[in-house]
Design a protein around this ligand. Structure first.
Ligand code: GLC
Length: 626
């Protein structure tokens, strides 16, 4: 006899009990899962490669392993040993694919109380996640090799990528990006309380400030470790001319700049707009007593110029505590990773947490800006510092949710930007393949903010050269001005920009809405602009000959740009027979088509009647087909 009652024969009451228990247990399980998911903080060591000495066969003193990185990025190599490396031991040769270097190891950290981590200075860029082989030749008595993401470019979990991608690929964003790409030239404005000081504090030039760090004028507070209360006093005298907004919008228009990005809040924490979240702003704290960001916004819209704001979200020396430095350092120290103090207020930090600063000031101010400026086109975040992956994502999403047409730059953090920047005063090389559209931001002297004694102005020709080089590589140029405390743009920089602007207006067809042609240039080798310091030290020495050309293209037209004003015969080799069939050649700014000849050596034509002192010219080559 079968004694077990079949399930369906259970009495209804028991049936209900079992069912309820089942339901409760499922829902509990679900809850537990979400809780644990939220609780599991991303562990940065997930992106590390750990190679054990014991896993490899040693050949003399060379050790080799195969490995793959999880995400393409910039990495550094470290070795872990039981003891401090002695001299002779700390020298090693490393080979990864074609990349090879010999270097002594430096930067020592102590982890787990006893283990020593030593690091190479050399950084390695992994462009893919394919299998790699690393060999290290060393006498060091190490037990582990670590390949870890460089601290300046942390890699996240990737957990937000899909959600970000959906927003980034939305029609609104893509249309905004298209408009941005067509604009090509923008005006960057670094302006704030520091502009009154002009890079000098109590008689000392910022370049001679006693502390390390950037020597650009907007870093005044940092460079002299000025206490918060003392720095704040600068607001009391900040009373620029009422004509500021109109003048700036006019200058941008004259130069041919299609968009503006102004520091709505720089690292010093002062907001140039009316802010409910912080009284340290242009309306509440200065005698000016009005919202100058809104004024500039209105003036720009009137001139048909797109409006964007710079916003320092990670660094805020007034309210952002130590930028989260101490917390990050604690974790990093235990792992043996360097923590960069640059940009962090370690001299007079507020007592709140960095999280509180984000909650109470940074997120609300981004909301304020988006509400105040309904036609805003771009938020240019900066000072990422130790903003986490989640926080960087929050900023991106916050902007998107309020106004999906607003673009966000790379420096928001991790990979959440809608486009890239090549770095301050940096132009990428022609061979570099960037996965997103890009912009170079550049200075007109060697500082962003007004520095009264920096007269090293880039000439109109130099500025134009960078612009043309950027254009030919398919990017945007965001060119900076640093007005003084009254809001006046230093005369020479305004004059040089206007001079460049004349050329730009004359050759507009070769600029706006163009893309990269099949090659960027012909003639001289490219000189790369490698950062603000680089140009400051090296200066600019270049002659442009009638054999140097830069190219851009649009539909069935190729634009050939020359920075020489020599008249006479020219030969453009890249347009030789077979490289597109020429229909017409025109000098921009004149109506007469030129006489030309296309043969196996190139496209030949003759340049005449250039205006005196012209910075160069541009030709429009119409091809029979695209
Ligand atoms: C750097 C500087 C900052 C400047 C910016 C411009 O991040 O910290 O002062 O605003 O570059 O790109």
């Amino acid at each position: 006899m079968n004694v077990t009652k079949p399930f369906f024969k259970m009495n209804p009451a028991r049936y209900i009990v079992v069912f309820t228990v089942l339901l409760v247990s499922i829902s509990c399980k679900k809850k537990i899962n979400t809780i644990t998911l939220n609780k599991v903080e991303f562990d940065q060591t997930n992106n590390w490669i750990l190679l054990e000495r014991t896993d490899v066969k040693k050949e003399n003193n060379t050790f080799s392993w195969n490995f793959k990185v999880k995400q393409p990025a910039e990495y550094v190599i470290q070795i872990v040993s039981n003891d401090e490396l002695s001299e002779g031991e700390n020298y090693a040769k490393v080979k990864i694919g074609a990349h090879e270097f010999k270097e002594s190891l430096s930067k020592n950290y102590v982890i787990n109380a006893t283990k020593i981590v030593s690091e190479f200075k050399n950084r390695i860029q992994f462009k893919n996640t394919e299998k790699q082989r690393i060999s290290i030749t060393t006498d060091a008595n190490f037990n582990k090799l670590r390949i870890i993401p460089h601290y300046k470019k942390p890699i996240g979990s990737g957990n937000y990528h899909q959600e970000w991608l959906t927003m980034h690929q939305s029609n609104e964003k893509q249309e905004a990006l298209k408009r941005f790409k067509e604009a090509k030239l923008g005006m960057f404005i670094h302006w704030g309380l520091y502009s009154q000081a002009g890079g000098i504090w109590k008689g000392t030039k910022i370049n001679n400030s006693p502390y390390p760090g950037p020597k650009v004028a907007e870093w005044l507070m940092y460079a002299f470790k000025i206490p918060r209360e003392e720095y704040k006093k600068l607001a009391k005298t900040f009373n620029p001319d009422k004509s500021f907004a109109k003048n700036i919008a006019k200058l941008a228009k004259d130069v041919g700049m299609k968009y503006i990005v102004i520091t709505s809040k720089h690292h010093d924490g002062f907001s140039l707009f009316n802010s409910k979240s912080s009284a340290y702003n242009m309306v509440d704290a200065t005698p000016y007593n009005a919202d100058i960001i809104k004024e500039l916004y209105d003036a720009c819209l009137k001139e048909g110029i797109d409006f964007g704001v710079y916003y320092s979200h990670g660094n805020d020396w007034m309210d952002g505590t130590d930028g989260n430095y101490a917390n990050v350092k604690k974790v990093n120290d235990s792992l043996g990773i360097y923590t960069h103090p640059t940009g962090k207020n370690l001299w007079n930090p507020t007592k709140n947490t960095h999280k509180e600063y984000l909650q109470n000031k940074a997120y609300p101010q981004i909301k304020e800006l988006l509400t105040l400026l309904p036609e805003l086109r771009l938020i240019w975040f900066d000072g990422t510092g130790f903003v986490t992956e989640k926080q960087a994502f929050n900023f991106y999403k916050l902007v998107y949710d309020i106004n999906p047409k607003v673009l966000v730059n790379r420096r928001v953090g991790y990979s959440f930007g809608d486009y890239l920047d090549a770095g301050d005063n940096k132009i990428p090389s022609a061979s570099e393949k960037l996965e997103k559209y890009w912009e170079t931001c550049g200075t007109t002297n060697n500082s962003w903010g007004y520095k009264s004694y920096d007269k090293d102005w880039k000439s109109p020709k130099e500025l134009l050269y960078y612009f043309v080089d950027i254009l030919s590589k398919g990017g945007n140029y965001l060119l900076n001005i640093g007005p003084d405390g009254k809001g006046n743009v230093p005369e020479t920089s305004a004059k040089n920009l206007r001079e460049m602007g004349k050329w730009i207006h004359q050759n507009a067809d070769a600029i706006y809405g163009t893309s990269r042609w099949k090659i960027p240039n012909e003639g001289q080798e490219e000189t790369l602009l490698e950062g603000t310091g680089h140009r400051a030290v090296k200066g600019f020495k270049r002659n442009f000959t009638s054999k140097d050309f830069w190219f851009t293209s649009k539909d069935n037209k190729v634009y050939v740009i020359s920075l020489s004003n020599t008249e006479g015969d020219i030969l453009i080799k890249s347009l030789r027979k077979g490289e597109g069939s020429v229909e017409q050649v025109k000098l921009l700014g004149s109506d007469k088509p030129l006489v030309w000849d296309q043969n196996k050596n190139g496209l030949k034509t003759t340049i005449t009647s250039l205006p005196i002192n012209s910075l160069g010219y541009a030709l429009e080559i119409t091809l029979k087909n695209k």
